[in-house]
Design a protein around this ligand. Structure first.
Ligand code: NDP
Length: 330
């Protein structure tokens, strides 16, 4: 079985020599464990944080050991009650072909209810992030005008569509290519969208949201955050979900220049961590699952084939190669 190890902690952009794909023995499950053959692996921006030694909400990846991440696979051997060979499970033993895991850390998923990969994306962690972040952290209410960055990605594309389905007065998105911008407006029903590479974000946002924004869902940080504060309406709320524009920086990024505007707007800015919101999971799957089935909420996945391309897929997320959730098919 092949698995990916972190060999050294990247400084700046991760380099191929920081990683190795190594051959490892498959361990048969001990008491309470199951052996899973992985079918889909998740690559996520937060993994960049785990590659560094800095203290955070998840422990750093250990050097010389297999990395972890979301994965869906088929149970091929079980030494645990309630899970049998042939069952499919969502678990955290990604970045490897086979995983021997504690059955308590595995959640059964139904391959007939939805495509397996969606349990990593639209109906999984990134979907819940969008749902909880918009409805809870940003206290979205009907009639709000919503701006989301990273809008063609896994989280962002769902934030915009949930806002639309819940009665936003205007949904504005930004993304890094004209093609992605077109998708936002033509397929996902955003009212306006712009390519942040085409000009200053502040100017493009003012044009796209002439009446300002009530909610900004931040996936990017930097000049996007600064622009959003500049366009914030009275009582506006900002949910800080991610700041992908700075993940590979070696120096701290300069802060927004217009933070004082939060005083005049009584604006609220709040961090969001999906881990705190799993109580919403059943409600999220029911509501968003319904929209996915009816076609009211659309999603895309960018699927990269082969465990040997796991690292390239991860780097692709940081570069913006993906539209929607980036998935590795083993
Ligand atoms: P995405 O599917 O959105 O992929 C990341 C996207 O970020 C890329 O496709 C790229 O698209 C964009 N991007 C990369 N660099 C930049 C840059 N410098 N400026 C602007 N955009 C950039 O990933 P996810 O949906 O999984 O995650 C989105 C954000 O949410 C991330 O910041 C992530 O860390 C965060 N997150 C936070 C969670 C939490 O609990 N707080 C949980 C899950 C995710 P483009 O072509 O548009 O540049």
């Amino acid at each position: 079985s092949r698995e990916w190890h972190l060999l050294s902690r990247p400084v700046g952009w991760p380099q191929p020599e920081d990683f190795a794909l190594v051959e490892a023995e498959i361990r048969q499950p001990g008491t309470g464990e199951v052996l899973v053959r992985n079918k889909y692996l998740s690559v996520d921006p937060y993994m960049r944080g785990r590659m560094s030694a800095a203290k955070s909400y998840v422990a750093p990846f250990e050097l010389g050991k297999v990395m972890q991440g979301g994965a869906v696979g088929e149970v091929v051997a079980s030494n645990a009650e309630g899970i049998a060979p042939g069952d499919h499970v969502l678990h955290f033993g990604g970045w490897r072909e086979y995983a021997t895991i504690d059955a308590k850390q595995a959640v059964k998923v139904d391959p007939d209810a939805a495509p397996l990969s969606t349990y990593l994306g639209v109906l999984g962690m990134t979907g819940l992030t969008a749902y909880a972040g918009l409805l809870r952290t940003a206290s979205f209410k009907e009639g709000d005008s919503v701006f989301v960055s990273g809008a063609a990605g896994a989280v962002g594309s769902q934030v915009g569509q949930i806002a639309r389905l819940k009665g936003a007065s205007r949904v504005i998105g930004s993304a890094g290519s004209d093609e992605k911008v077109k998708l936002l407006v033509e397929e996902y029903g955003f009212d306006a969208a712009f390519n942040y590479k085409n000009g200053p974000v502040g100017e493009q946002l003012r044009e796209a949201a002439p009446d300002g924004v009530d909610v900004y869902f931040d996936n990017v940080g930097g000049d996007h955050l600064e622009a959003a504060i500049g366009s914030l309406n009275l009582g506006g709320r900002i949910a800080i979900c991610g700041m992908i524009s700075v993940y590979n920086n070696t120096e701290p990024a300069p802060g927004p220049k217009n933070l004082a505007r939060l005083i005049a707007t009584r604006g609220r800015i709040e961090g969001l961590l999906v881990n705190d919101h799993y109580d919403l999971q059943p409600q999220f799957v029911q509501e968003v699952g319904g929209w996915v089935r009816s076609g009211e909420l659309k999603y895309r996945e960018t699927v990269v084939e082969g465990i040997e391309n796991n690292l390239e897929a991860f780097l692709g997320v940081l570069r913006g190669d993906n539209t929607g959730k980036m998935i590795v098919k083993v």
